[in-house]
Design a protein around this ligand. Sequence first.
Ligand code: GRF
Length: 197
Amino acid sequence: MENRKLAMLISGRGSNFVAIQEAILRGDLNAQICCVFSNVENAAGLDRAKEFGLTAICIPSRGMERAKHEDMLIDTLRPFDPALVCLAGYMRVVSPKFLREFPSRVLNIHPSLLPSFPGIHAQRQALQYGVKVSGCTVHIADEGVDTGPILMQQAVEVVEGDTEETLSARILEQEHRIYWRAIALMLEKMHSRSRMA
Ligand code: GRF
């Protein structure tokens, strides 16, 4: 049996994770979400996970030493044996130790055309710079902030009068279109490699 289990890491609203779960339920993405993890207690995405009947886990990071929280996160995820760990609005940089635990299997989505505008407030950065095109990127996470091999990107035009809110909303629509497609691509790559071996 091919491992197609996805662990979702969120910190807030979780709309990207919901879009992925909806693609699974429609039959567009052949995968299963094995758990939804949040480092923030009242993350709305946790409620959505429960509504879907998914395993929702929270270990609050606030007030906890970073290394300790990551160790707990690793111990929590390991028994689920995820094929991929998907950062979906997880507002923390994962450590080298975490990446070693899931080598080349941690994906991230970012609301800009990387390598432009990494870090927080990517849409605000894009508007402040005055770019005419921004977008979103799904990539394999490495040790940097929003760096690593790019799997998929979608450009989004910046229009006259755009605010951070309007641009973010149009980019988010595209995030919801590309994340599950990038996951499908990644799973396909992983499994075709192992079929050939
Ligand atoms: C998205 O814009 C994502 O690209 C960024 O954080 C936001 C998360 O949104 N990393 P949501 O929690 O998936 O709705």
